[in-house]
Design a protein. Structure first.
Lengths: 354, 398, 85
């Protein structure tokens, strides 16, 4: 197995997480079931001429990529791999609505060009002049993890590479609202901080971006080691538990060795049993952490878990706002991540201090 | 030469045939699938020519035996038909006997249903099950669930190189021993979204497309799905499997030049071909035939042609053709459609012609193969390029 | 004519999201592409739609745009000769 280190990381979410020195000291309270990211000043990272056509996900992606690069000290990545569940939803939606409302007339190319899922990956490459490998994965809640699996494989094939991996998803005006109609988003607005105790179906949606620089060697800027990642398309709650046990087994790690588990609970009463089951069984004695009551849910929300893991190793402490049980770990050296959405696209990842 | 990863099954549905044999017959009898649009309501009906599969969604539902209340988009149904054929071809009866994964490339995902129901959703509950089906990953899972694959499932969406990239990833994962068997390919249905999208770029031809012709006017959109079964050496040996060919080389590079257009020196294509040759352990002169991306847009064919002259030398470029004049440009599926055609070329020792070519391009001496040609074939290079500067090359060997 | 030129500048700024550009900064004879305003081939396609939508001029070949969009003056001249609305 090739080694895989996170040598640079950046996150944009509905909380102020862009500043590398801070770790959720200040929490923004969201009171609606759809809310936007806390925007950094994009102008600091993107030239006005380049910015004029950029939708939100491109701005978030290019900015997070730029911070992650800077954070890692790598100037030119040897591959750019992105993941997005819904791609450039804003421009896709605008283009579709123009087709439908204007009866396929007077359409302009910019929206179409930017509707493709690999827009962010392509724009990051264009901005850097990076001619290397450039791929985009679109697999619902496992989109970001799909990119990580590719990166991990590439480090096995070509260990000298520095690989920029990112996850991006944005809120779009009407298509996000459609998810209220099919029950994915809660019908009524709620105080998002109380999301995890919700007694209704659906969750809350938001947006964000995480970029990481991965390499096979530990460097001065290394935040964590990714021991392994696995995605599972479909599983019952019992099967998910078995997958996690088998995953840890293969890594030679016992449940006791896991200092904290970061779970993707999203307050959907119909699907949170996937996490509850683990909280009550495998990880009943483990420190349990959740984050979607801070940043909402979206296909690449699970990438926030990687950022959390890195921050926990760096600060050696966990903000109380993340804790959902009374167990506190003695140390934070090994962190397990688990996420799923609507019983599909499960992901398991193991991070270790390095 | 790199031994490559074994391909043990293939399946396809396109505007020239509903399965592999029908596609082969159409290619051999030089009968293309380009027509006017019959199945989509669009004001551009009489403006453009397309490669449309003349089966309604109801036909496809029946063929697959789906529940009437299914949430399969047309893209998913085409994918399921092709993937199923590939499994049968590989004689796989127990899908979970080995660690099996599924990777599909798609660009439109469920757009064909979204554009039909989008305006109805707020008022009517009837079709709301398709809201989720818009997402590309959902399309893939519709197919993987249909096949019974529950483990590693992923979707690549890099516009028109998606399926080529899916084949590349599958080959890499098998080679690294991460998985035993991978079904790889891509699927895209025609949609108003892409018809209008490519329309805004003014690269749709109102006639049958003419790849690599000096007077080419643009592309014909098409729809298709094609999948391959890749299996590890262990399975191949243990089960004494027939091998259709091998994926021996692969690479992806970025042109990093423009959001949609290719650079004039074809840098991304050049880098992709160069690296794929290196991975295959082949010299450029060892390539017997190139199945070009050849979309028939002014920009693509020039850029790709220049890249080929850079790799092979202008007077040493192997026999090449674009099969897009048969099927239209099937977007995310193009890479796997042309992979199936490449495997048929290897099997039949036949090169399928580049239709509609009349006049050599002014910029270089390259002339595509315009007639069906019998030739001993051992190595085929296939290109697929997409928006965002995405350039992919695959090399198939006997 | 001068009115049409002002109108074009406003429309170009809006259509192409040139947020940081003022009408007064675009000279009537400044090249719109390359060194001047710095527009690119995607902008050219956007301008072709603008011609059709607002002035009823339909270009079939994107290459025709190159000469027409040379500068505001050239564009205004072409529009006044060919407009159907």
């Amino acid at each position: 197995m090739g080694e895989c280190y996170i040598n640079g990381i950046a996150n944009i979410s509905a909380q102020p997480t862009t500043d590398a020195d801070r770790f959720l000291e200040e929490i923004i309270s969201h009171k609606t079931s759809i809310f936007k990211a806390h925007d950094p000043n994009y102008k600091e990272f993107i030239k006005p001429a380049a910015m004029r056509r950029m939708s939100k996900s491109v701005k978030m992606g290019v900015t997070a990529a730029s911070i992650a690069l800077n954070n890692s000290g790598v100037e030119m990545p040897d591959a750019i791999i992105t993941g997005t569940g819904m791609g450039c939803k804003q421009d896709s939606e605008k283009f579709l609505e123009k087709i439908l409302y204007d009866d396929e007339q007077f359409l302009t190319p910019t929206l179409f060009i930017q509707s493709t899922h690999n827009t962010v990956g392509g724009q990051v490459a264009l901005g850097l002049g990076c001619k290397a490998y450039n791929l985009t994965y679109v697999q619902g809640a496992a989109s970001f993890e799909s990119s990580l699996i590719d990166a991990q494989l590439m480090l096995l094939e070509e260990p000298e590479k520095n690989i920029l991996v990112g996850g991006i998803d944005e809120v779009a005006k009407n298509s996000t609202l459609l998810h209220k109609l099919d029950g994915q988003i809660k019908e009524d607005d709620i105080d998002v901080i109380n999301l995890l105790n919700s007694k209704t179906g659906g969750t809350v949606h938001s947006e964000g971006a995480t970029f990481m620089m991965l390499g096979s060697k530990k460097t001065d800027t290394s935040h964590a080691k990714i021991v392994d990642i696995e995605t599972i398309s479909k599983a019952s709650s019992e099967e998910a538990e078995k997958h996690i046990e088998a995953f840890l087994d293969r890594k030679g790690i016992s449940i006791k060795d896991v200092d904290a588990v970061i779970l993707g609970n999203n307050g959907d009463i119909d699907y949170d049993h996937y996490y509850r089951n683990l909280q009550d069984s495998l990880f009943s004695e483990t420190e349990q952490l959740c984050y979607k009551h801070l940043i909402g849910d979206y296909p690449v929300a699970s990438s926030f878990g990687f950022w959390l893991g890195c921050k926990i190793f760096e600060k050696n402490t966990v903000p109380d706002i993340l804790k959902v049980n009374s167990t506190t770990a003695k140390k934070y050296d090994t962190v397990l991540l688990y996420n799923q959405y609507l019983g599909k696209n499960h992901s398991i990842a193991l991070l270790q201090r390095c | 030469m790199n031994k490559g990863v074994a391909i043990t099954g293939m399946g396809i549905i396109s505007s020239i045939g509903n399965n592999v044999e029908e596609n082969l017959n159409a290619l051999k009898s030089v009968s293309h699938g380009i027509s006017r649009i019959d199945l989509i309501e669009t004001r551009h009906k009489d403006d453009i020519m397309v490669g449309e599969i003349k089966k309604t969604n109801e036909d496809l539902i029946k063929e697959l035996g789906l529940d009437p209340l299914n949430s399969f988009s047309r893209t998913a149904m085409l994918g399921a038909i092709a993937a199923k054929e590939a499994l049968v071809d590989a004689q796989i009866s127990d899908i979970n006997e080995y660690r099996t994964g599924f990777i599909s490339g798609t660009s439109v995902g469920g757009m064909d249903t979204t554009e039909k129901f989008y305006l109805q959703y707020p008022e009517s509950e009837e079709n709301r099950r398709f809201i989720k089906a818009q997402h590309a990953g959902y399309t893939t899972q519709s197919v993987s669930n249909y096949l019974g694959i529950n483990g590693y499932v992923s979707t690549i969406s890099t516009a028109c190189s998606s399926a080529a990239n899916a084949i590349m990833l599958g080959a890499r994962m098998i080679k690294a021993g991460k998985i035993d068997r991978m079904i790889v390919g891509g699927t895209d249905a025609l949609s108003k979204f892409t018809i209008n999208g490519f329309g805004t770029l003014m690269i749709l031809s109102d006639e049958e497309c003419t790849p690599f012709d000096d007077n080419r006017k643009g592309l014909n959109l098409g729809e298709a799905a094609a999948f391959l079964v890749l299996e590890s050496e262990e399975i191949v040996e243990k089960e004494n499997k027939k091998i259709l060919g091998r994926v021996a080389g692969w690479a992806n590079a970025n042109d990093a030049y423009h959001q949609t257009a290719s650079s004039s020196n074809g840098e991304g294509a050049y880098l992709a071909m160069k690296k794929a040759l290196k991975i295959a352990g082949l010299e450029p002169q060892e390539i017997d035939y190139v199945n070009a991306h050849g979309t028939a847009t002014p920009n693509n064919d020039l850029s790709e042609g220049v890249a080929m002259t850079r790799i092979f030398g202008e007077d040493k470029t192997p026999v090449f053709s674009s099969t897009k004049a048969f099927t239209g440009h099937t977007l995310a599926a193009a890479g796997s459609v042309e992979a199936v055609y490449s495997l048929l070329s290897l099997r039949e020792n036949l090169i399928f012609p580049n239709l509609n070519f009349k006049t050599k391009m002014q910029e270089f001496a390259l002339v595509p193969q315009t007639e069906l040609l019998s030739k001993e074939l051992n190595t085929i290079l296939s290109n697929s390029f997409g928006f965002g500067g995405n350039c992919s090359t695959l090399i198939f060997t006997k | 004519m001068a009115e049409l030129q002002e109108e074009l500048k406003e429309k170009i700024i809006e259509q192409l999201s040139l947020e940081d550009v003022e009408v007064s900064e675009i000279g009537d004879d400044d090249p719109l592409f390359g060194d001047g305003l710095g527009l690119d081939s995607i902008d050219a396609l956007e301008l072709i739609v603008l011609l059709e939508k607002d002035y009823g001029i339909k270009l079939k070949d994107p290459k025709e745009g190159k000469a027409i969009f040379e500068s505001i003056n050239v564009m205004a001249d072409y529009i006044s000769k060919h407009r159907t609305k």
